[in-house]
Design a protein around this ligand. Structure first.
Ligand SMILES: [Zn+2]
Length: 411
């Protein structure tokens, strides 16, 4: 069995689900079970400094074996946690060897069927070995495929001395799925120049662009009275909020009406009483000007509605969440260029695309580690229909090894 498959099958059987309600860090202690296992395996490979820090991050260094100086230090990063959306306990991975192209019925729940018609990337996988869960859990390929690929690549880099490379850093993070994966990362300790998260979808793809993201909190202070004696006085914040929401654009600028490079204004939470209501919005676009336009539109809607309630007040507070990593990556074109070259050497046709969301890489990029996302082969993540092919995972291992080499050659 290939090293990457062997590792993957072992990692998915460790429950590492993160918890958005938790205030501790990592959000669940069980994530350390896998992280500890990874440290032991890295040390067995001879990577002596591999360790788990107090916050649940795994750091490890593969020393350079090239005489060249000034090779940038490259980091490969994946997250150990799995999505809170579907249970990750007692995962029973199944390898469907030499898949024949028929819909895959998962044995523990026959209603769970991975249909070729609904998973277009499957059509390129006929004859490959597909790994799925058994029907009652997620698989955890997001992001244990990436973890297994980095581990298998590390094994090759430390054992095959013909492959020349600079210093390679490995980083495994907790809590990516609850948006906290970079919260306690120590980039000074990591000391890498560039990074790659290995957490992407189809073989040959890479993501160098993410949304730019702000939050807007609108607070409405109405005028509260006893409803029996409210005539001419009550200004009900609940109704004012309703008017604001009703005035949002209908056929555009919402998650349900946009795709590609279009952004949106999205109310995600509302709460309150007649005296005071708070609405939390998220604003998304691929550039900052687009964010500001949408915020200006929302402010105008608010002001128009508030004009009819002279004794009520409102607050409009914008909070920056994250920014499109392209802003950073465009200053370091070699990061993408070298990844494209690494993919070509593996016979792939590299596809660079954008992601309608944020990644840990977008946060890391702005923290000082330019970090696009390269494919891990994960599909249908956060669902019981999750799948990954062994051949795609093997390609990812190859690409990681190639990348280490390309950076050495070009330095
Ligand atoms: Zn992921």
């Amino acid at each position: 069995m290939s090293s990457v498959l062997n590792r993957f099958l072992s990692y998915v059987q460790v429950d590492t689900q993160s918890d958005p309600q938790s205030t501790s860090f990592p959000s669940t202690e069980k994530q350390r079970d896998l992280s500890n296992q990874l440290v032991v395996e890295l040390q067995e490979l001879g990577i002596e400094d591999a360790h788990l820090d107090g916050h649940g991050y795994v750091y490890a260094t593969i020393p350079a074996n090239s005489n060249k100086e000034n090779i940038p230090v490259i980091c490969f990063c994946s997250h150990v946690d799995t999505s809170p959306d579907v249970t990750g306990a007692n995962v029973e991975p199944i390898v469907h060897q030499k898949w024949d192209g028929a819909d895959i019925v998962l044995p523990d729940d026959n209603e769970q069927v991975i249909k070729v018609s609904e998973h277009p990337d499957l059509k390129n996988q006929i004859g490959n070995d597909i790994v799925t869960a058994s029907g009652t859990t997620l698989l955890g390929a997001d992001n244990k495929a990436g973890v297994a690929e980095i581990m298998a690549a590390a094994e090759i880099l430390v054992t095959d001395l013909r492959i020349k490379h600079g210093v390679i850093k490995i980083l495994f993070t907790p809590d990516e799925e609850v948006g906290r994966g970079t919260e306690k990362v120590d980039l000074v300790k990591l000391a890498a120049d560039y990074g790659y998260t290995v957490d992407g979808e189809a073989v040959g793809t890479m993501e160098d662009e993410t949304f730019s993201a702000d939050g807007v909190k609108i607070t409405i202070h109405g005028v509260s009275t006893h409803p029996g004696y409210a005539i001419g006085k009550l200004e009900n914040a609940i109704k004012i909020a309703g008017e604001i929401l009703a005035a949002l654009p209908k056929g555009s600028l919402s998650p349900e009406t946009t795709e590609g490079k279009e952004g949106f204004i999205h109310p995600g939470h509302i709460g309150g009483i007649q005296e005071k209501v708070v609405i939390d919005f998220i604003i998304r676009d691929f550039n900052e000007a687009g964010l500001h336009e949408k915020e200006a539109l929302l402010k105008k809607i608010l002001d128009n509605v508030m004009a009819n309630y002279p004794n009520s007040k409102s607050e409009f507070k914008v909070t920056e969440q994250y920014r499109n990593m392209k802003e950073i990556l465009s200053r370091h074109p070699q990061v993408i260029e070298n990844a494209r070259e690494a993919m070509k050497r593996s016979g792939l046709n590299p596809i660079t695309r954008s992601i309608r969301g944020g990644t840990d890489g977008s946060r890391l990029s702005f923290m000082g580690l330019p970090c696009p996302n390269i494919f891990a082969g994960e599909h249908a993540f956060h669902s019981r229909l999750e799948w990954v092919s062994v051949q795609d995972m093997e390609k990812a291992v190859e690409v990681i090894v190639n990348l280490a080499q390309v950076w050495e050659e070009r330095s």
